[in-house]
Write a protein that binds this ligand. Sequence first.
Ligand SMILES: CC(=O)SCCNC(=O)CCNC(=O)[C@H](O)C(C)(C)COP(=O)(O)OP(=O)(O)OC[C@H]1O[C@@H](n2cnc3c(N)ncnc32)[C@H](O)[C@@H]1OP(=O)(O)O
Ligand SMILES: N[C@@H](CCO)C(=O)O
Length: 342
Amino acid sequence: MTALTHPAPTPFLLTAPDNTPERCHAEERPRLRVARLFRTQPLLLDCGLPVSDVRLAYHTYGTPQETATLVLHALTGTSAVHEWWPDFLGEGKPLDTGRDYVICANVLGGCAGSSGPADLPTMGGQDAPLTLRDLARAGRALLEHLGVRRVRIVGGSMGGMLAYAWLLECPDLVEKAVIIGAPARHSPWAIGLNTAARSAIRAAPGGEGLKVARQIAMLSYRSPESFAATQAGQRQGVPAITSYLHHQGEKLQARFCERTYVALTGAMDAFQPSDAELRTIRTPVLAVGISSDQLYPAAEVQASAALLPHAQYIELNSIHGHDAFLMDAGDLPQQVSDFLTA
Ligand SMILES: CC(=O)SCCNC(=O)CCNC(=O)[C@H](O)C(C)(C)COP(=O)(O)OP(=O)(O)OC[C@H]1O[C@@H](n2cnc3c(N)ncnc32)[C@H](O)[C@@H]1OP(=O)(O)O
Ligand SMILES: N[C@@H](CCO)C(=O)O
């Protein structure tokens, strides 16, 4: 197989020369910081490989506190919550920067400042397989680094599935969790879509495959009704949807890494907790399905939540499919706020 590529490293600020976290106060402009973790004791990945000196890039918002709100981003997301979730972050919003200490880290394996596949050990000449539990354990070390003892977790899409991994891996840390647009495990449908995306990347490494992967994924992130409303007709001599998908492919290729795409989709596909494991979760959970979600149908999100002893389920009504939690959130911020402050 031709080697997969990694984009130029994201510029970042190290936390401080001695690796002590700097404090970001509500009035400060959000800054990307990078913590260096596992320098004395390695992180043991589920595949058996130890990793030392792990970088996690993160943003914090609000005043540091021992109890924080941890945001878990989606597949191609970053730690910059202020850039991609303005409906949820800010004073008076569910991630209330005037009241809460909000933390978001680019996941282990990511390509927005954290240690990615190119920084991690290989296994048999291939990138080490990562698990969502590995990502949660790395995240736990960041919380310890920041002096955080308890968290409320809010995650959407991959971040929602990662929230399940946190609930299983770190039950002692998590006070409550909001899981948006995510089941506890991938269906054959979701694995199939990711398989096609990875096949495209492997068939055309260097960027072209990643563009196709994004086009496939975008079709699952929206809905037939959404595209009928936004992409009907022609644009510059081709169907508008064709031009849209090309644009989305170019946009992702410019900002993302194909090796991260393979690693994170693989981690999601492999995360298959049993019903029995899910029934052990004691933490209160708010699970949110999205009425038009083609990737993770609302019924699937609800079925996962039904296995949890202390979960409530609500549905976001939108024609815009899976991505609605990012672009058409409606009343959801208020409902999430109510749950987090109850
Ligand atoms: C803002 C950021 O920095 S996001 C980076 C981090 N990413 C994340 O956190 C992941 C989560 N975010 C996302 O997945 C996305 O940003 C979303 C879902 C929130 C929004 O997606 P968007 O691509 O911005 O929205 P949308 O689907 O409406 O597309 C708009 C873009 O398509 C272009 N477009 C729309 N229709 C067409 C068309 N027919 N042909 C060509 N281009 C088109 C628009 O001009 C616009 O382009 P631009 O982004 O270069 O300005
Ligand atoms: N559109 C989001 C959701 C994917 O699950 C992303 O690109 O990360």
